[in-house]
Design a protein around this ligand. Structure first.
Ligand code: PEP
Ligand code: MG
Length: 893
């Protein structure tokens, strides 16, 4: 038979799946001999059962009976005993922390009789007893029986008005007794029966209510956003109540074993005298710094410090703690490995290595690429300590300031006039896209991390704060509390913390970027954060199996990526080299009527291309550079069909002759495609326009030979895009090999020829394609587009927010690899490609190459490298190291 209930002495910290985070850690502390009130945990499996059946779980009652009896025995009191009652709290606690999302009921066991017993226990403190009772009816009513909370608040308000006082604490025992009667009436009116007096019945109902709260709307939404599986369920902790509100020798607080903001060691936390934990959370009264507890109650303070040291030594990490002091006796109510900022995560991991608590492998797994990315954004310089105007959800990191604009059109207009703007909207929709592109940052009053604004801003790498529900957005202004902010006023938004400031807050460059760039101010060299980043990155590089290359198509980007630690270029897109003043040459190529005209245009382009490649090969001297032959449809280089048609029609109307315009229009019409992404692009273009790929191949080979002649060591790799069949690749290869042999001669330069795998058919016929390819590079942007049938340029702004809201996927498949679908194509191609050609080099150059989650997947598949934009290179390096460490396992300490 399944066991549904565990005494705290039966569990441990590794049982989070079953006991939830809170229950597992309460058990761990109990077994460490720390002062934890007695209690037991009902497993998340019992919750799953209850939710699946919608009713009562067989056998659970009997188990609760047994554990309750043990709890009563340990405490020397019986639940709800009129003379000397045991009271319990009933608290949720899932595997992953979901702060405030689920329910808690305190003071279970109080009724019309035991309230007197509680008063006696508290030294004839009637006020305390009646206050506890009214809190129970209020919490129980709201949580267990769905009584509208406002009705209790109204009754409390009336009691204060009747007495002529402002604060709850000014109500005396008689007032609270009367309030209990009023609350009971509210309860009976809504529920249809009286407030239950049987303590055991109260307990059962409270437990079921906590089970049900797993599926409350806000919990469901939170899980979707945080990607917590919906079927885990919550455990329920039943714990003997201890009271922090029994007088000045009682209180409650939170403590951190290190500063969760910076990672510095010291005493951090807050204490509130004569209060319950809920009062701290509600922020009703101002807390004292934890250090002040030393003066108030030195014995408890010293004991707490000892316990903090024990917990850190035991968990080998920053712990956060909730505690209560009941009349001078310290009780531990919760601990967990504490949340921390990105900077603190790095600093603490390095400190723990220094202190000998963890090894370097473990330290690297304690930080993440996402945290590193956060540290690489510029930040606001908050040394002047500006107070935030309001706060929302930090949806897309970065620091931006600008003038307030309230419509997309205004954003475009003002940005066009050279201003920095922040687009402020209630929420955004696809029509706001131009304004979002024009703005430095985006601020919305509605929506969370998966709203349209958030998804699109992240996709664009633009700073965004959403769901700042303290602001009211109007036509030409927005208001926060009483404050009015007009269109044109300057504001600053912090997409990392979600804070919004009035005025322009100065922006500070990231010292971590300076460190990677090699231009760190020497004064910062020993700064703990920089040293920590250095230590952990060095170790990650040592452990990584995946190499990290970069996507770069200029010498400047290549050089930066190299400073950031790139091992070469995984994708040099050549199409940008056809823009700007070279457009005219491309037009000549497209409009060519004879072979001679076409060859002339190609010959004019060729030296320009050679110079481009030489620049890049120089910057990446000694490292591989994958140059991809031109990919996009050629009409992208021509004027738009509509504009051109209008120009030609106007010229005709005026009787002007424009043969060039008409020729161009005819060409644009000829090349117009309904689905250009599925049309004449990539290898297809190379096969249709004679000499185009040949020109590029020659330029690549000549640039390599030129660098070799300078004494350099070029390692060019030619990559053919959009291949779906081996025959396409073979045709291009045959021509390329001829040119390469001719150019390279005996210069010693070696040129590899490979292909992108970005069409599903290529992945499925990889065994054949590998016969003609020395390497594969997965183009997961197109592979995702074609595997899902999603237009990569449209869908994220158009409807992904809805897909995310519905939980169809937790994150855009263009952002993080879809392991089951697109990932399966990658695996098939990798396996079949390597089976056909054992030394086949495998990499990925789609956007996923810089996404932390996806990097782990590519490590698992056994690729040789990932390639990503220069700024993502450090992130990918760190994740490659983490993936290697996590997959080999380590005893960590
Ligand atoms: C890809 O499709 O993943 C790729 C890298 O090529 P592009 O983004 O240039 O289409
Ligand atoms: Mg592509």
């Amino acid at each position: 038979m399944e066991k549904y209930v565990y005494d705290f002495a039966e569990g441990n910290k590794d049982m989070k799946d079953l006991l939830g985070g809170k229950g597992a850690n309460l058990a761990e502390m109990t077994n460490l001999g720390l002062p934890v009130p007695a209690g037991f945990t009902i497993t998340s499996q019992a919750c799953q059962r209850y939710l699946a059946q919608g009713t009562h779980v067989d056998g659970l009652d009997e188990e609760i009976d047994r554990h309750l009896a043990a709890l009563e025995e340990a405490m020397g009191r019986k639940l709800g005993d009129p003379a000397d009652p045991l009271l319990v709290s009933v608290r949720s606690g899932a595997k992953f922390s979901m702060p405030g999302m689920m329910e808690t009921v305190l003071n279970v066991g109080l009724n019309d009789e035991s309230v007197a017993g509680l008063s006696r226990q508290a030294g004839d403190n009637d006020r305390f007893a009646w206050d506890s009772y009214r809190r129970l009816i209020q919490m129980f009513g709201k949580t267990v029986c769905d009584v509208p909370g406002d009705e209790f608040e109204d009754a409390l308000h009336k009691a204060k008005v009747a007495k002529g006082v402002k604060d709850d604490v000014q109500l005396d025992a008689d007032d609270l007794r009367a309030l209990v009667s009023a609350y009971k009436k509210v309860f009976a009116k809504h529920v249809g029966h009286d407030f239950p007096q049987d303590p055991r019945h109260q307990l059962d109902l409270a437990i079921e209510a906590v089970f049900r709260s797993w599926n409350a709307d806000r919990a469901v939404l939170y899980r979707r956003q945080e990607r917590i599986p919906a079927d885990l369920g919550t455990a329920v902790n039943v714990v003997a109540m201890v009271f922090g509100n029994l007088g000045p020798d009682s209180g409650t607080g939170v403590a951190f074993t290190r500063d969760p903001a910076t990672g510095e060691s010291g005493i951090y936390g807050d204490y509130l005298q004569n209060a319950q934990g809920e009062d701290v959370v509600a922020g009703i009264r101002n807390t004292l710094p934890l250090a002040d507890l030393e003066k108030i109650d030195k014995k408890s303070y010293d004991e707490l410090l000892g316990i903090m040291a024990t917990l850190e030594g035991h968990y080998h990490d920053l712990c956060d703690i909730e505690f209560t002091i009941e009349r001078g006796k310290l009780w531990m109510l919760q601990t967990r490995v504490g949340k921390r900022t990105a900077a603190a995560a790095f600093t603490i991991a390095a400190q723990l290595v220094d202190e000998g608590m963890i090894d370097l492998d473990e330290a690297v797994t304690r930080v993440s690429g996402a945290q590193l990315a956060q540290l690489m954004f510029p930040r606001f310089d908050l040394s002047a300590d500006p107070s935030p105007l309001t706060r929302g959800v930090g949806a897309s990191p970065g620091a931006a300031f600008g003038e307030v604009v309230l419509t997309s059109a205004d954003a475009v207009a003002r940005a066009g006039a050279g201003k920095n703007v922040i687009l402020v909207r209630r929420e955004t929709n696809p029509d706001d896209l131009p304004g979002m592109i024009a703005a430095q940052g985006i601020l919305t009053s509605r929506g969370g991390k998966t709203s349209h604004a958030a998804v699109v801003a992240r996709g664009m790498g633009k700073t965004c704060v959403c769901g700042a529900d303290g602001i009211e957005v109007g036509r030409d202004r927005f208001t926060v509390g009483g404050q009015v902010v007009h269109e044109g006023d300057m504001i600053s938004v912090d997409g990392t913390t979600g804070r919004v400031y009035l005025g322009e807050v100065p922006v500070r460059p990231s010292e971590v970027v300076q460190y990677f760039e090699g231009d760190l101010d020497p004064a910062l060299a020993n700064e703990p954060l920089v040293s920590a980043v250095h230590l952990l990155m060095t170790h990650a590089d040592e452990k990584a199996k995946l190499k990290v290359r970069t996507n770069a198509d200029t010498g400047v980007d290549a050089a930066r990526a190299r400073r950031f630690g790139a091992h070469g270029i995984g994708l040099c897109r050549t199409e940008h080299m056809f823009l700007g003043d070279r457009r005219e040459l491309v037009e000549r190529l497209i409009l060519a009527r004879t072979e001679t005209e076409r060859n002339d245009a190609l010959s004019a382009l060729q030296p320009l291309q050679r110079a481009d490649f030489l620049d890049i090969f120089r910057e990446m001297n000694g490292l591989p550079v994958t140059v991809r032959l031109i990919d996009p449809p050629l009409h992208e280089f021509l004027p738009s069909l509509e504009e051109l048609a209008v120009q030609v029609a106007v010229a005709k109307e005026r009787g002007e002759d424009s043969p060039r315009g008409e020729r161009m229009l005819a060409a644009v019409r000829r090349m117009h495609e309904q689905n250009p992404m599925l049309g004449l692009r990539g290898v297809r273009l190379g096969l249709v326009i004679p000499g185009l790929f040949g020109m590029q191949v020659r330029a690549i080979a000549e640039a390599a030979v030129a660098l070799a002649a300078e004494g350099g060591h070029p390692r060019p790799e030619i990559m053919v895009p959009l291949v779906g069949a081996v025959q396409e690749l073979e045709t291009v290869r045959a021509e390329a090999e001829k040119i390469i042999a001719e150019v390279v001669g005996d210069s010693g330069v070696e040129v590899l020829i490979g292909t992108m795998i970005e069409v599903p058919r290529a992945a499925l016929t990889a065994g054949q394609i590998a016969e003609a390819a020395e390497f594969f590079s997965f183009g997961t942007n197109d592979l995702t587009q074609m595997a899902w049938g999603f237009s990569r340029d449209d869908v994220e702004g158009a409807f992904f927010w809805r897909y995310l809201e519905l939980g169809i996927f937790g994150i855009s498949p263009f952002e993080s690899i879809d392991r089951d679908g697109v990932g399966r194509l990658v695996r098939i191609a990798a396996d079949e490609g390597r089976a056909a050609r054992p030394g086949l080099k495998l990499g990925v150059c789609g956007e996923h190459g810089g996404d932390p989650e996806s990097v782990h997947f590519f490590h698992e598949v056994g690729l040789d490298y990932v390639s990503c934009s220069p700024f993502r290179v450090p992130v990918a390096r760190l994740e490659a190291g983490r993936a290697a460490i996590e997959s080999t396992g380590s005893d960590h300490r």
